[in-house]
Design a protein around this ligand. Structure first.
Ligand SMILES: Cc1cc2nc3c(=O)[nH]c(=O)nc-3n(C[C@H](O)[C@H](O)[C@H](O)COP(=O)(O)OP(=O)(O)OC[C@H]3O[C@@H](n4cnc5c(N)ncnc54)[C@H](O)[C@@H]3O)c2cc1C
Length: 367
């Protein structure tokens, strides 16, 4: 199929953010071309947990993810070497979904919506409003960088300056095991965390995340003999995949007719589990802004979308950095599960700071 020579929006990157944006634009009747360097379906290292907020944003785009796509989980459980505590999501369950399944659902919806997706293609950006795609010139009115952590659109547009940046490393595996818990489990060890998400009736996704890129799987797992025993000798269903988990805040995410979304526009640490939910919310907010011809409103929405995940990410990275603080926090939360419930409700946006403050002042004596 020949590439259209003009389009309203050129989206660079056909991962979750780029495809969600394409769906959001097409729902508003806005033409778009998506350029993706790889071919579908695209796999990536991910904890594969979709929080309720991600499911709500996807539903807003008409993408209904159900238990048939993966495996539901009702909340989060934190475990360290001596304590554990769990809490339920107040609104609805989350769903663990294999990354390839999520991508194929998004591809299907983008295609049904009429998005022109160019797989195995790269855009060479020329002047402000044109690009070469597979040797053909395409003129566009708006350019969207949905090209992930190492965004070339971000660099090209001169938006590559950060207010905050730190890096950890995440590694993902799939094990052929029936999920044993109704919660996503987060194990807090001295070298990092292990996150276990149910993703199918016969599969769990296990991610470990650490500051030390030389730290290996066994060093972290040794601290959790029970989990180690569960995984011992079980067949792996995928090759281990790694990716950088960057905490990044940009000075500017939109300029002129260019906007960044998803990881290209900054990200909280993966321990928040919020990356995908944020990307889908960016997509909806950007489509609203472009429809009204005003990227200023997108910049404001973007700030608002990132505020809570970044705050919670900072809190959890502080626990990661200071083992004594982590141990104290776990002790307090384990003896006061209502506080953990309050924090989770806050984290998923079901409670605001003023409501939370009551719970914290009542119960923070042990911190
Ligand atoms: C280990 C790990 C675990 C995680 N766990 C979770 C979790 O449990 N829940 C959650 O919500 N989030 C999680 N995240 C975060 C989540 O994976 C990201 O937020 C999400 O992938 C962002 O989507 P994106 O489309 O912005 O970027 P990406 O998924 O990186 O997609 C970018 C796309 O752009 C393409 N591209 C790049 N450059 C070009 C170019 N020049 N031309 C054309 N195409 C290009 C790439 O091929 C890629 O397909 C995790 C992240 C990591 C690293």
């Amino acid at each position: 199929m020949p590439v259209a020579s003009t389009t309203d929006v050129l989206i660079v990157g056909g991962g979750p953010a780029g495809l969600a944006a394409a769906i959001a634009f097409r729902k508003k009747g806005i033409d778009c071309v998506v350029v993706e360097a790889r071919s579908p379906v695209i796999d990536k290292a991910c904890g594969e947990g979709l929080l309720p907020s991600a499911l709500i944003s996807l539903a807003r785009l008409g993408v209904e993810i159900t238990a048939r796509d993966g495996h539901p989980f009702r909340g989060i459980r934190f475990t360290d070497s001596t304590h554990q505590v769990k809490a339920d999501f107040p609104q609805c369950s989350g769903i663990g979904v294999r990354r390839t399944r999520l991508h194929s659902r998004l591809v299907e919806h983008a295609s049904e919506a009429g998005a022109d997706v160019r797989w195995n293609s790269r855009a060479t950006l020329g002047n402000q409003n044109s690009a070469l795609i597979d040797g053909h010139e395409v003129k566009f009115r708006w350019l969207v960088g949905a090209d992930g952590q190492a965004s070339s659109v971000r660099r090209w547009a001169g938006l590559n300056t950060f207010r905050k940046e730190s890096v950890r490393y995440g590694f993902r595996r799939h094990y052929n095991l029936s999920p044993w818990d109704e919660y996503v489990e987060v194990y807090w060890g001295s070298a990092g965390q292990i996150i276990v998400s149910p993703v199918a009736d016969d599969c769990v996704c296990v991610v470990y995340v650490t500051r030390n890129r030389h730290c290996n799987w066994h060093q972290i797992l040794d601290e959790f003999p029970q989990l180690q025993a569960r995984l011992q000798g079980v067949a792996m269903l995928s090759q281990q995949r790694g990716a950088v988990s960057a905490t990044r805040k940009l000075h500017t995410i939109a300029r002129g007719s260019i906007a960044l979304i998803g990881d290209a526009s900054g990200s909280p640490d993966i321990i928040t589990g919020e990356g995908l939910a944020m990307a889908f919310r960016h997509a909806c907010a950007l489509a609203d802004a472009i429809e009204s011809g005003n990227l200023g409103s997108y910049s404001r929405s973007h700030k608002c979308i990132g505020r809570l995940p970044h705050a919670m990410g900072a809190l959890m990275l502080t626990m990661d950095r200071w083992p004594s603080l982590e141990a104290g926090a776990m002790r307090t939360l384990a003896s006061n599960p209502d506080l953990f419930q309050e924090l989770l409700s806050f984290h998923v946006g079901a409670k605001c700071v003023s409501e939370l403050a009551v719970g914290v002042s009542d119960s923070s004596a042990g911190f």
